[in-house]
Design a protein around this ligand. Structure first.
Ligand code: TRP
Ligand code: SF4
Length: 541
């Protein structure tokens, strides 16, 4: 890579490809990640780069690698590109003042809203009370402040929805339902909960899974993105699981009447495609077969000679899969393979299963616990399954998607933490204090100006450069690139660079605070109660 281009991988690339120290994602622990690349290998978060091309006119946080990872964001990008319904939701624990880290998420929500999404912002007051022991008065005050900043930055409350967890009865009910599909052992494994964990804290987790699915309850199931820091990924993963566990039917592709696992199915598909495909075998000899005539034993014969790669993309042992697939195919004998889609009854009521059977189009075969459809595409089958589920009091949820942003480095080096005021900038900081904090920030600069001119600064290690990239340069890629390349080329010295950043910060804060004042009136007009009359002292203090 060219030395003076900002890293678009957001620093996620590791030379050795090995995970560094142990990585843990703890929603209530310290929000720092040693190496973002580890999150891909350890937790299956995907690199944002892989989906970036699908996003039309991406946000600057996407362009600059600040948003580094995702789960299934392709579904949202596709809906956005095709003008189909999609949603975005994020939540904020009202434990302190909103700061420039929250601004990243506010901006992400607003961007999705401007792209036509249904956008939700919520105050995680139940979580703040149960997991952090915040009093209701404190919560009210902070909640107001978060909402003012969100509105000041451009959230449109008419087009979107703002709520607090404690006030949203639908979320509570959905949480109750979702909780019936989760158990304590799982919470223990995911969150490290134990016998000392207070029950309301657990309830707040269930509430969060309900938050995440709530946009799909309003109106209809749709692709939904949850923009958060990677510490929230455990909640996203759990919610994706629970969404699936609630589904009435599972739809798979299938061959013949027996079950195949994914790896076996890949091999059987290869056999089927080879035999039914273009009507000729490897030697170009005509294979006179109607696709419906390909039998299990034919596929067994083909597969016996086939040498699959040792493992597939998911590292599944294909040799073992070959052996087991061969057993099944041989046992199948003359039964035609006939590709089909299969609907398994996962949670459906009897009536729903009957209704599904009735609604399957074309030729079908009904078995105990599943039904096979021979003339439906997988896609058509998925939407039918969802439709029948929704018609029979099910939710029909899609798995939610997520995008993850990098945490900002503290201005004093180390992590940005609200307990160290000089390390971070609150959106409520006096503009002059904001100016001063940036002026006193640690940099990626060299010891002397001479060295800096000779070697260039280390923009990738510099909290001030981060301020430009994450916030101060805004949509202006020219400015971000200029700072970066001038820095690494030794044309920029830290004094002047910080002065420029400090002035921009002062300007930003002054303007933001003015807009917060204007937002007061808008907030008053909204249907959100910021003077709760709740009692009690909450959990861990
Ligand atoms: N747990 C989140 C936090 O610590 C807040 C939150 C609650 C949230 N519900 C959510 C975040 C739903 C994203 C989506 O800040
Ligand atoms: Fe950081 Fe600017 Fe100094 Fe480069 S010149 S190290 S970006 S403060």
């Amino acid at each position: 890579m060219d030395e003076d281009t900002p890293r678009t991988d957001g620093g996620t690339e590791r030379a050795d490809g090995e995970p560094s120290e142990d990585v843990a994602l703890d929603p209530w622990g310290s929000a720092s990640v040693g190496d973002y690349a580890d999150l891909f290998a350890e937790f299956g978060i995907e690199a944002f780069d892989d989906v970036a091309d699908d996003v039309v006119d991406p946000h600057y946080l996407m362009r600059r690698g600040v948003i580094f990872g995702h789960r299934e964001y392709d579904a949202v990008a596709e809906a956005m590109a095709n003008d189909e319904p999609f949603a975005a939701l994020s939540g904020f624990m009202p434990t302190g003042d909103p700061h420039i880290g929250h601004k990243l998420v506010f901006d992400e929500l607003i961007w999705h809203q401007r792209r036509g999404g249904d956008v939700f912002g919520l105050i995680a007051d139940l979580e703040a009370h149960s997991a952090r022991g915040m009093s209701w008065d404190e919560i009210d005050e902070h909640a107001r402040s978060y909402l003012l900043s969100l509105l000041a930055l451009g959230f449109d409350p008419e087009a979107g929805e703002l709520y607090r967890q404690s006030d949203n009865r639908e979320v509570q009910d959905l949480g109750f339902e979702l909780g019936s599909k989760a158990n304590f052992s799982e919470f223990e494994a995911i969150y490290g909960f134990d016998g000392e964990t207070n029950i309301s804290h657990m309830q707040s987790v269930v509430t969060q899974t309900a938050d995440i699915l709530y946009p799909q309850l309003v109106d209809e199931p749709k692709p939904t993105v949850i923009p958060v820091g990677p510490d929230q990924d455990p909640h996203v993963r759990l919610t994706r699981d629970l969404a699936t566990r609630l589904r009435y039917f599972k739809v798979t592709e299938a061959f013949a009447s027996f079950e195949l696992d994914d790896a076996e199915r890949t091999l059987v598909r290869a056999a089927y495609d080879a035999l039914a495909g273009d009507g000729s075998d490897d030697d170009g000899e005509a294979v006179n077969r109607d696709a419906d005539d390909v039998r299990c034993e034919d596929a067994a014969e083909w597969l016996a000679d086939y040498e699959p790669p040792a493992v597939d993309a998911e590292e599944v042992d294909l040799e073992a899969a070959k052996a087991s697939a061969l057993d099944k195919l041989r046992a199948g004998g003359k039964e035609p393979l006939r590709p089909r889609v299969r609907f398994f009854d996962r949670n459906a009521t009897d009536e729903a299963f009957e209704a599904l059977i009735g609604a399957v189009q074309g030729e079908k075969r009904v078995f105990e616990g599943h039904v096979d459809a021979f003339e439906m595409t997988r896609e058509a089958a998925e939407s039918l399954a969802r439709e029948v589920e929704i018609d029979h009091d099910g939710f029909g949820f899609r798995q939610p998607s997520s995008i993850y942003h990098r945490f900002m480095t503290g201005l004093t080096g180390g992590k940005m933490s609200s307990s160290i005021p000089a390390s971070h900038i609150s959106l409520l900081d006096d503009p002059e204090d904001g100016y001063d904090k940036v002026r006193s920030a640690t940099t990626g600069g060299r010891d002397t100006a001479e060295e800096q001119r000779e070697l260039g600064g280390e923009a990738d290690e510099c909290p001030v450069y981060e301020l430009y990239a994450y916030l101060l340069a805004g949509d202006d890629d020219g400015l971000a690139t200029e700072v970066y390349s001038e820095c690494v080329n030794g044309e920029r010295l830290c004094g002047g660079c910080k002065e420029q950043a400090a002035e921009l910060m002062r300007e930003f804060l002054a303007e933001h605070q003015e807009k917060r004042e204007e937002a007061e009136e808008v907030l008053e007009g909204l249907d959100i109660d910021l003077d709760s009359d709740r009692r009690g002292t909450g959990g861990e203090h």
